[in-house]
Design a protein around this ligand. Structure first.
Ligand code: NDP
Length: 452
C-alpha cells in the first residue's frame, strides 16, 4: 500500500503519513457500503434522525481537535477551521430533520390514487477537494445519509486528516459499520472507481471543471447520477450609488478568504466608472489591513496556499501582469502569496478570465447597468457574485440579469447550509444544501393504487 506525506502549508514540514487506498480497498469499501444499505434504508426514520443528531453531537465535542487538524493540514486560519468543523455539526443537525420529512404526494386519478415515494439510491460516492475539506464533506454526506443512502467518501489526497477523523467519530456516534467509509487516495484511483463501479449509484463531485467534465462523461456510461460543484470567476459589482466604504471594506473578504482558494471567490471587481477612483482609494487600505499571519494565530485572517504547486500556479498568473499593490505576508517558510490587486487592462487577459484559486483580484471599470451585467456574464462560469447599490430596483434587475447560482446584495456572504448552492454554465450541475438536498439523493417513485 502506498502512503502520502501530509505537509503543513505554513511551515513546509511533514506532519504525518497517510495510507492511500488502492482499487482493491476501494472495491471492498463499496461492497461493504452496498451490504450496509438495506438495513440503513429500513431503519425507522426517527432512529436514523437520532443517529445523525448523535453524530452531530460527537462532532461538536471535537470541534477544537478537528480545527487544529485543519490548521496543520490545509493551512486554514483558526477562525475558519473552527467555523468549518461547526458547519459539519450544523449540517448534520439540519439534515437530521430530513428522514421524517421525505414526504411524497398523493395525486387523485381516474379509478384510484397515485402516491409517490422518495427511494434512496444505494451507495453514494462523494469526492471532496482540498480547499474546504470539512464543509464539502458535510454537504454531500449529511443529506445522502439522511435520505437512506450509504456513503463512500474520498478526501483530496492533500487534505485527508479531518475526513479520516470524522469517519472515526461516525462509528463512535453509533453510525453502523459500512454506512460511511472514508477512503484517502488518489482521484485517478479511488475517485475513478466511484465513477466506474456499478454499485455506486450517484457521484457527488466538487473540484475543477476539467475533472468535473470527466466525471460526468464517466457517469454517463452507466446513466449514473452526478452532482457537480465546479470552478468560478465571480464578479463583485459596485455601483456608484453604493455605500462605497462598506463595499471596499468587504471586497477583500469576498476574494481573499481561504487565501482565495474558494470556488465562490469574487476575483473580478467591476466598479462604475464615476466611482472608480474613490473606490480604489478605499480598497487599498482595506487590502493592506487583511491580517495574513500564521494560521494558528487566533487573529489570522488569511493563511498560506495549500501547496508549493498551487503557489507556483498563482505566481504564474501574477508574473504576467502589472501588480497595483499587495497586502502583507509573513517572511520565511510556508506557501505564502500576499493579497494582490491588479488593475486589469482588458477583459481578454488571463487574469480576468481564468480561475486563479489564489489571493489575486482584478479590477475593471464599467459604464452603466447593462455594461455591468454583460461584463459579469462574459465568462464560462456562473457560481457566485455580489452587487453593491442603494437602489433596490437595480439590485433586483442586476440579480436577475447575472447568470450565476448564488448572489449577495450589499454583502459578501454567499453560502448558508439552509439555502440552495450550485452553479450555472461550467460552474456545475445540480444543487447542494437547502431543504431540497436530500431529495437529490433519491429517485421519485410513482405508484397507482386502484380503488376497485
Ligand atoms: P481536482 O478537480 O483535480 O480535484 C478535486 C477532487 O477530485 C480531489 O479529491 C481529486 O483527488 C479528485 N480527482 C482528481 N482527478 C479525478 C478523477 N480522474 N476521477 C475522480 N476524482 C478525481 O482539483 P485540483 O486539486 O487539481 O485543483 C486544480 C484547480 O481546480 C484549482 O486550482 C482550482 O482552480 C480548481 N478547484 C476548484 C474547486 C472548487 O471548489 N470548485 C476545488 C478544488 C479545485 P486527488 O486530489 O486526491 O487527486
Amino acid at each position: 500500500m502506498s502512503t502520502y506525506t501530509v505537509v503543513n502549508p505554513a511551515t513546509e514540514r511533514a506532519e504525518t503519513e497517510v495510507e492511500l487506498a488502492g482499487i482493491e480497498q476501494t472495491d471492498a469499501a463499496i461492497e461493504q457500503a452496498h451490504k450496509a444499505f438495506p438495513a440503513w434504508r429500513r431503519l425507522a426514520p426517527g432512529d436514523r434522525a437520532t443517529l445523525l443528531r448523535r453524530f452531530a453531537s460527537v462532532i461538536d465535542q471535537h470541534i477544537d481537535e478537528l480545527a487544529e487538524l485543519e490548521v496543520r493540514n490545509a493551512g486554514h486560519t483558526w477562525g475558519n477551521a473552527t467555523w468549518e468543523a461547526g458547519n459539519v455539526r450544523d449540517v448534520l443537525n439540519y439534515y437530521a430533520g430530513a428522514p421524517e420529512r421525505l414526504v411524497g404526494k398523493q395525486i387523485p386519478v381516474d379509478g384510484g390514487t397515485n402516491v409517490t415515494f422518495h427511494e434512496p439510491l444505494g451507495v453514494v460516492g462523494i469526492i471532496v477537494p482540498w480547499n474546504f475539506p470539512m464543509p464539502i464533506l458535510g454537504w454531500g454526506m449529511a443529506p445522502a445519509l439522511a435520505a437512506g443512502n450509504t456513503v463512500v467518501l474520498k478526501p483530496a489526497e492533500l487534505t485527508p486528516l479531518t475526513a479520516v477523523r470524522i469517519g472515526e467519530l461516525a462509528l463512535e456516534a453509533g453510525i453502523p459499520e459500512g454506512v460511511l467509509s472514508v477512503l484517502p487516495g488518489k482521484g485517478s484511483v479511488v475517485g475513478q472507481r466511484f465513477v466506474a463501479h456499478p454499485y455506486v449509484r450517484k457521484v457527488s463531485f466538487t473540484g475543477s471543471t476539467e475533472v468535473g467534465k470527466q466525471i460526468m462523461a464517466g457517469c454517463s456510461e452507466q446513466v449514473k447520477r452526478c452532482t457537480l460543484e465546479l470552478g468560478g470567476k465571480s464578479a463583485n459589482i459596485v455601483f456608484a450609488d453604493a455605500d462605497l466604504a462598506k463595499a471596499a471594506a468587504s471586497a477583500p473578504y469576498a476574494v481573499f478568504d481561504n487565501a482565495g482558494q474558494d470556488c465562490c471567490a469574487r476575483s473580478r471587481i467591476l466598479v462604475q466608472r464615476s466611482a472608480y477612483d474613490e473606490f480604489l482609494s478605499l480598497l487599498e487600505p482595506a487590502v493592506k489591513g487583511v491580517r495574513v499571519l500564521d494560521p494558528s494565530d487566533r487573529s489570522s485572517e488569511m493563511g498560506p496556499l495549500i501547496s508549493a504547486h498551487q503557489r507556483d500556479v498563482v505566481r504564474g498568473f501574477i508574473d504576467e501582469v502589472e501588480v497595483a499593490y499587495t497586502g502583507s505576508m509573513p517572511a520565511g517558510d510556508g506557501f505564502w502569496v500576499a493579497p494582490t490587486v491588479v488593475l486589469a487592462e482588458s477583459t481578454e487577459q488571463r487574469i480576468w478570465r481564468e480561475e486563479v484559486f489564489g489571493p489575486v483580484v482584478a479590477v475593471l471599470p464599467f459604464d452603466d447597468e447593462a455594461d455591468a451585467i454583460a461584463m459579469a456574464n462574459d465568462t464560462e462560469y456562473g457560481l457566485s457574485g455580489s452587487i453593491y447599490t442603494r437602489d433596490l430596483g437595480r439590485a433586483m434587475r442586476v440579480s436577475r440579469g447575472v447568470d450565476t447560482g448564488n448572489l449577495s446584495v450589499n454583502s459578501h456572504a454567499a453560502v448558508r447550509y439552509w439555502t440552495p448552492f450550485g452553479g450555472f454554465k461550467h460552474s456545475g450541475l445540480g444543487r447542494e444544501l437547502g431543504p431540497e438536498a436530500p431529495y437529490a439523493f433519491t429517485e421519485e417513485k410513482n405508484v397507482f393504487i386502484s380503488d376497485d
